[in-house]
Design a protein around this ligand. Structure first.
Ligand code: THU
Length: 160
């Protein structure tokens, strides 16, 4: 029996002002998207913004449904729109901001497992890492240099 250790590296910024100007702009777009979230059930509002290599910025917010599983997370709303609208563009960066209307969210809130799987598909497809920045409504910002770093042992086309 052999032990295998898997490491993930994250970078933590004290606040959004500590990131580069383009990341601040992207997070601003994610916050604007967050304000448009439709989250009457969870009151948990999430916004995502993607910067594409053609200069486009694609926004998404979570869209809930009275039939709960029919709703969709902000990240997948954004990434599927990007895939549908600009199938040949590469995604360079993704900014995610999440906050609750019920309690303060000051810690970076990472994308859920289903969103990581969806983002992984596009990272594999474009053969180029996607930089991912995520935060709570305020406070520290976490950065991952790639989705692969957030989802070790990814299930992708190589196993099919
Ligand atoms: N949500 C997202 O939009 N992204 C995530 O990565 C996690 C969760 C949404 C789904 C649901 O509308 C609400 O947040 C509470 O789970």
């Amino acid at each position: 029996m052999k032990e295998i250790k898997i490491e993930s590296i994250l970078y933590l910024f004290d606040n959004i002002e500590e990131t580069s100007k383009d990341v601040q702009d992207l997070m601003k777009r994610a916050e604007e998207a967050r304000q448009k979230a439709y989250a009457p059930y969870s009151k948990f509002m999430v916004g995502a913004a993607l910067l594409l290599d053609n200069g486009e910025v694609i926004n998404g917010s979570n869209q809930e449904n009275a039939s709960y599983p029919s709703g969709l997370c902000a990240e997948r709303t954004a990434i599927y729109y990007a895939g549908a609208q600009f199938p040949n563009a590469k995604i360079l960066k993704m900014a995610i901001i999440a906050g609750s209307k019920i309690h303060p969210t000051v810690k970076p809130i990472p994308p859920c497992g289903a969103c990581r799987q969806a983002i992984a598909e596009y990272e594999v497809k474009q053969e180029q890492p996607i930089e991912i920045y995520f935060m709570g409504a305020t406070g520290k910002v976490a950065k991952s240099n790639s989705l692969a770093n957030l989802l070790p042992l990814v299930f992708d086309k190589s196993v099919l």
